[in-house]
Design a protein around this ligand. Structure first.
Ligand code: PBG
Ligand code: ZN
Length: 323
């Protein structure tokens, strides 16, 4: 059967028909809201390259997190900007660290929210790399030891999910073992399994004050040209005990979200990163695109590719539209 018996337009004629045959849905349940926590009181510092995103002190973070909860977003992910940085990033495993404080306040004041902590060192090291430096390079295995300290500290503060993002080999296994030994065997790991060395992270590094002081991250994050390698990364993290897998960035890597969807049964997260947001916001500010429609189309593309959940700076706003 083909034209004229078949007419694809028949099912597109009205909104009711289109709703019935829509294949992919975006709901508040599918979104995770990132937040940047800073020390102090009453701090709301705008991030210039990410309109609508602020560095927030814990009191302000609670106010924003309540809005996130109220529109039905189930989870937040926290990034911390400490007041003191050192070569190891030791403030990341301090009981009085900024993320630890933020987690405790969130669990106390907005207990319905799932609190995910990003697990890495770039926000905490004075050189801005994602681990300990030896002879000018990030030392993988020395970094693993500190990672275990950091996750235990976040877990003790009350984190619900640990999300390692540093692309160290063995990070998932190390974290699983550390959690299990400390009787946190119930806490899941959301691994940034497939994370590329991407220019799309530019605005985030302003927000998180985490740009590397020398070099770049190409010796640990993936080469944007490699798709098969993404499957190996994901398989390793699965074998080490990852409960969920992330692909990051999302938009330029939709093919890999699909590949992971086809190869694994694990829930998949996509990170709608800062540069993806900045491009849309800049074009919208110029009147060149319809902001709301482009945002929804962008997020639906990630769902259609196979993502279960999407980390997005727009999460709370979008959930408000969808409610
Ligand atoms: C660092 C980290 C990065 C992002 C999340 N965690 C960037 C980086 O590798 O420098 C990027 C998020 C974004 O761009 O929105 N471990
Ligand atoms: Zn990092």
């Amino acid at each position: 059967m083909d034209f004229p018996a078949v007419r694809m337009r028949r099912l597109r004629r009205t909104e009711a028909l289109r709703r019935m045959v829509r294949e992919t849905h975006l709901r508040p349940d599918h979104l995770i809201q990132p937040f940047f926590a800073v020390p102090g009181q009453n701090v709301r510092k705008a991030v210039s390259s990410m309109p609508g995103v602020f560095q927030l002190s814990v009191d302000q973070l609670i106010t924003e997190a309540k809005k996130t909860r109220d529109v039905g977003v189930p989870a937040v992910i926290l990034f911390g900007i400490p007041d003191r940085k050192d070569p190891e990033g030791s403030s990341s495993w301090n009981e009085q660290g900024i993320v630890q404080k933020a987690v405790r306040a969130l669990k106390k004041n907005v207990p319905e929210l799932c609190v995910i902590t990003d697990v890495c060192f770039c926000e905490y090291t004075d050189h801005g790399h994602c681990g300990v430096i030896h002879d000018g390079e990030v030392d993988n295995d020395a970094t693993l030891e500190n990672l275990a300290r950091q996750v235990i500290s976040f877990a003790e503060a009350g984190a619900d999910v640990l999300a390692p993002s540093g692309m160290m080999d063995g990070m998932v296994g190390t974290i699983r073992e550390a959690l299990d030994e400390a009787e946190f065997e119930h806490l899941p790991i959301l691994s940034y399994a497939v994370k590329f060395s991407s220019a799309y992270y530019g605005p985030f590094r302003e927000a998180a004050e985490s740009a590397p002081a020398f070099g770049d991250r190409r010796a640990y994050q993936m080469d944007p040209a490699n798709g098969r390698e993404a499957l190996r990364e994901a398989a390793l993290d699965v074998s080490e005990g990852a409960d969920m897998l992330m692909v990051k960035p999302a938009l330029a890597y939709l093919d890999l979200i699909r590949d992971l969807r086809e190869h694994f049964e694990h829930p998949i997260a996509a990170y709608n990163v800062s540069g993806e947001m900045a491009m849309v916001e800049a074009a919208a500010a110029n009147g060149w695109i319809d902001r709301k429609r482009v945002i929804l189309e962008t997020l639906v593309s990630m769902r259609r590719a196979g993502a279960d959940v999407i980390l997005s700076y727009w999460a709370t706003e979008v959930a408000g539209w969808l409610k």
